[in-house]
Design a protein around this ligand. Structure first.
Ligand code: T3D
Length: 272
C-alpha cells in the first residue's frame, strides 16, 4: 500500500477581487525563513507582478508569529556556530535568497500592505518594514535580533531603519535588539498603525481593497520617488518629480481622475 504524502507549501497565495495575499506558512517554526521558503516567496512575488488582475498585495503570517527571521536550524543558510564546521557564506546567502525578496517588495508595481500578526524578528522585521503600509496587531512586536548573534541588520535594515525613525532610534533598535511593541512602533513612526488583534486581517484587507481602487501606477511611483529622493539634492528631486509627472500626466489614470472629478462620478482606474 502506498502512502500519500501532501506537501504543504511554506508560502500560501490567495486572492479576493484585485487583492492578492501572500501568507508565510511555517507556523510551527514561527515562519522562520528557509532557503526553500525564500525561493517560494520570490516566485510568488514574480507571479504577482506578471498577473495584471492584481492591484494590491497583502503580506502576513500564519499562526502566532509574523516571521522569526532566518531559520537558524537550516544548515543550508545558517551556520551552526560549530568551530569545526566550515562557515556558511552569509553574504552569498543574502544576495541569493534575501535580496530578490526585498527588491521584489520594493519594486512591486502595486501597493504592498503588511499585516504583522505577531513577532517580527531579524530579517522578518525588515522584510515587514519593506512594505508600503505596515499594520501590526497590538500583540505583535519588532526585534532587530541581529546584534544578539553578532550580525548587522540586513534585508535592507541599515537603509530602512534610519530613514523610518532617524539615526538615534535606529541605532538604539539595532544595537540593543530589544523587543519593540506594536504600539511603540506606531508611536515612533516605524509603522503606519497598530490595530486590535481581532481587526488586523479585516483592516489590512479593507485597506488593500481601498488602495486597489486607486491609481496604483501612481502609488507605486510615489514609493519609487520617495526611495530615490533619499540620495538626491532638492534640485535633483524637483527634476525627478517633473520627469515622473510628465509620464503620469500622459497616462489614462490621470485623464480618468480629472474627468471623474469634473463630472462628479467615481473614477475607475485601470493603469498598472
Ligand atoms: O543566512 C543567514 O543567517 C543570514 C541572514 C540573517 C537574517 C536573520 O534573520 S538573523 C536573525 C535570526 N532570528 C533571530 O535571531 C530570532 C530568534 N528567535 C527569537 O529571538 C525568539 O524565538 C522570538 C523573539 C522570535 C520569539 O520568542 P518566543 O519566546 O515567542 O518563542 P520561542 O520559545 O523563543 O520560539 C518558539 C520556537 O521557535 C522554539 O522552538 P521549540 O523550542 O518550540 O522547538 C524556537 O527555537 C523556534 N524559533 C524561533 N526563532 C527561530 C526558531 N527556530 C529557528 N530559527 C529561528 N529564527
Amino acid at each position: 500500500m502506498s502512502e500519500a504524502s501532501t506537501k504543504v507549501s511554506s508560502i500560501l497565495v490567495s486572492q479576493v477581487d484585485a487583492v492578492r495575499t501572500i501568507t508565510l506558512n511555517r507556523p510551527d517554526a514561527l515562519n522562520s525563513l528557509t532557503a526553500e521558503m525564500l525561493v517560494e516567496w520570490r516566485e510568488a512575488l514574480e507571479q504577482t507582478v506578471a498577473d495584471r488582475s492584481v492591484r494590491a498585495l497583502v503580506i502576513t503570517g500564519a499562526g502566532r508569529a509574523f516571521c522569526a527571521g532566518q531559520d537558524l536550524a537550516d544548515p543550508r543558510v545558517a551556520s551552526r556556530g560549530d568551530a569545526h564546521s566550515a562557515p556558511v557564506d552569509l553574504g552569498r546567502i543574502l544576495e541569493h535568497f534575501y535580496t530578490p525578496v526585498v527588491l521584489g517588495l520594493r519594486r512591486m508595481p502595486v501597493p504592498v500592505v503588511v499585516a504583522v500578526n505577531g513577532v517580527a524578528a531579524g530579517a522578518g522585521a525588515n522584510l515587514a518594514l519593506a512594505g508600503d503600509i505596515v499594520l501590526a496587531a497590538e500583540s505583535a512586536s519588532f526585534i532587530q535580533a541581529f546584534s544578539k548573534i553578532g550580525l548587522v541588520p540586513d534585508s535592507g535594515g541599515t537603509w530602512l531603519l534610519p530613514r523610518l525613525v532617524g539615526r538615534a532610534r535606529a541605532l538604539g533598535l539595532a544595537m540593543l535588539a530589544d523587543k519593540l511593541s506594536a504600539a511603540k512602533a506606531e508611536q515612533i513612526g516605524l509603522i503606519w498603525q497598530c490595530v486590535a488583534d481581532a481587526d488586523l486581517a479585516s483592516q489590512a484587507q479593507a485597506l488593500a481593497q481601498r488602495l486597489a481602487a486607486m491609481p496604483v501606477q501612481a502609488l507605486a511611483t510615489i514609493r519609487r520617488a520617495f526611495d530615490t529622493a533619499g540620495h538626491l539634492s532638492l534640485e535633483e528631486a524637483l527634476v525627478n518629480e517633473a520627469t515622473l509627472q510628465h509620464a503620469l500626466g500622459r497616462a489614462a489614470d490621470f485623464r480618468e481622475g480629472v474627468d471623474a472629478f469634473a463630472t462628479r462620478r467615481a473614477p475607475r482606474f485601470t493603469d498598472r
